[in-house]
Design a protein around this ligand. Structure first.
Ligand code: SME
Length: 160
């Protein structure tokens, strides 16, 4: 895979359409999970410029911080806690238009205003979550949900 990502302007849908095949190409043939997660979050950050984008991995009874781009973040999150812990417990994507209105939201950065958390499922179990934060209110919508879920569905070969 080339080291240069093609970054485009356009609608959110157009940006995902160009980015997702590039992410697929970046991870294809590379067996190391951490290397792949690192490149996925770097590619997303480069295209969209979000405040924070990263993974948490399910380890025993907690989510543990994994590759990310953005300000330093909380290292461990318990099941059911915050947006990430709830997406894990419910095994469902959660869109938060205004983090201040989400009871129990964990504020890793005071700049964060809206958030989307997408779980990664393997054999019907959540094994990780992808968390994305924005400084803008209501920055995530159904388009992000559809494409981020699709992107994670395309990464299944990298997970243990
Ligand atoms: N806001 C998240 C915590 C993780 S940080 O945003 C990176 C939550 O409420 O689960």
């Amino acid at each position: 895979m080339a080291d240069n990502l093609l970054i485009i302007t356009g609608t959110k849908k157009e940006q995902y359409e160009i980015l997702l095949p590039q992410i697929k190409a970046l991870i294809t043939g590379e067996p190391d999970l951490i290397a792949n997660l690192a490149n996925i979050v770097a590619a997303l950050k480069e295209q969209f410029g979000w405040l924070w984008v990263g993974f948490y991995l399910v380890k025993k009874e907690e989510l543990v911080l994994a590759p990310f781009q953005g300000p330093v973040a909380c290292t461990r999150i318990k099941k059911g806690r915050g947006v990430c812990g709830k997406a894990w417990a419910d095994a469902q994507t959660i869109l938060v238009d205004d983090v201040e209105k989400f009871a129990g939201h964990i504020a890793c950065s005071s700049l964060s205003r809206s958030e989307i958390v997408v779980p990664v499922l393997k054999n019907n179990e959540v094994i990780a979550v992808l968390d994305v934060d924005s400084e803008l209110l209501s920055n995530f919508d159904e388009t992000d949900k559809i494409y981020l879920e699709k992107m994670l569905g395309n990464t299944m070969e990298i997970w243990y």
